[in-house]
Design a protein around this ligand. Structure first.
Ligand SMILES: NC(=O)c1ccc[n+]([C@@H]2O[C@H](COP(=O)([O-])OP(=O)(O)OC[C@H]3O[C@@H](n4cnc5c(N)ncnc54)[C@H](O)[C@@H]3O)[C@@H](O)[C@H]2O)c1
Length: 322
């Protein structure tokens, strides 16, 4: 592929910074736009003297800045977001503003300058659907708007609708990826929002591993290198245009099993304790029991497959935390 000028919003974040690394390795020139709310400059510190990279500290709510950076780029990866349920439960208004208005700013600028854009969405959009594995064209079942948890899923779904509407009405080249519990080096060590980061941190400090709920809920944990590969394939292959793809691992792991594996990998003797969801997130909280993607579409159209086994992914993650 020809070297391009690429804008990555959320580029100082966990997934964004790995994406930046991969794009630079492919000889592209990369600008990262990030307000450093959950992203960290350390994630990019190894690039501070890289001639083909710049970090722009700023906000996707800043229309003028987004306009300028999109105009200067050949294509855009839009990952900036108020991420995760915990964040949006704590600050629903800020989360909705960033995830809806901010995304619209990015899409509008991409439409104005006709820049292809990839949108990072989430497995959260499936809500509590029980149609396992989740297919991109499958149903979405969300709870009432009085339960703040659903604001994140709703905002991401609005983003997808917006992107598809820009595609059909304005001819914008969009691709959408729905990520499933990505993990790896550079996860926030405070464990904010990521169960793997929380467990690894607790295990290394010799604290109890706190499982929310009964631990029987399952997730499809996906190593960040696989997430980045799927993201780039969706954004760059012709078959990705106008499409939505689940990007995740097919392996389903219960949270309890994950806690046990992390004790093995870290050699920790911490106990595992179970906290009711209400105690962690307040009374009106719901946690979907299972999350597993169908990755048939991504395999067929993009040639995507998650390749890093969990044991290997956890080992690399642990190395980073140590
Ligand atoms: N990590 C996962 O498992 C997962 C799962 C589903 C979806 N996603 C999506 O992937 C994307 C990246 O998530 P991540 O896990 O790397 O989280 P992250 O918090 O590390 O990355 C998000 C980045 O966006 C930045 N940001 C937030 N608000 C901003 C704003 N208003 N302006 C500019 N920058 C802003 C943050 O500072 C951060 O660097 C997000 O869109 C998220 O919703 C992630």
């Amino acid at each position: 592929m020809q070297p391009m000028r690429i804008l990555v919003t959320g580029g100082a974040g966990f997934i964004g910074s790995h994406l930046v690394d991969r794009l630079l390795a492919q000889e592209h020139t990369v600008s990262a736009l990030d307000n450093l709310s959950t992203g960290r400059p350390e994630n990019l510190s190894h690039l501070c003297s890289h001639a083909a990279f710049q970090l722009v500290q700023g906000d996707i709510l800043d229309v003028g800045l987004v306009d300028r950076l999109v105009a200067e780029a050949d294509m855009v990866y839009h990952l900036a977001a108020a991420v995760g349920v915990a964040h949006v439960v704590r600050d629903p208004l800020g989360g909705l503003r960033t995830n809806v208005r901010g995304t619209e700013n990015v899409l509008e600028a991409c439409a104005r300058y006709r820049r292809p854009v990839l949108l990072a969405s989430s497995s959260e959009v499936y809500g509590r659907s029980r149609r396992i594995p989740f297919r991109e064209d499958g149903e979405r079942i969300l709870g009432p708007t009085t339960v703040t948890r659903w604001a994140y899923a709703t905002a991401k779904a609005v983003d997808e609708h917006l992107a598809l509407a820009y595609a059909s009405q304005e001819g914008l080249r969009v691709s959408i990826v729905r990520y499933f519990n990505t993990y790896g080096p550079r996860l926030d060590p405070q464990g904010y929002g990521s169960v793997i980061a929380r467990f690894v941190g607790q295990a290394l400090r010799g604290e109890p591993l706190t499982v929310h709920g009964d631990g029987k809920q399952t997730r499809s944990f996906t190593y960040v290198d696989d997430t980045v590969s799927g993201t780039i394939l969706a954004a760059t292959k012709d078959e990705g245009a106008g499409e939505i793809f689940n990007i995740g691992s097919r392996r389903e792991t219960s949270v309890r099993e994950l806690a046990e594996q992390i004790l093995v990998v870290t050699g920790s003797r911490s106990p595992i304790i179970f906290l009711p969801h209400e105690q962690v997130y307040g009374a009106r909280f719901e946690d979907p029991p299972r999350r597993r993607p169908s990755v048939r579409k991504a395999a067929r159209l993009l040639g995507f497959r998650a390749r890093i086994p969990m044991e290997e992914g956890l080992r690399r993650t642990l190395e980073y935390f140590q």
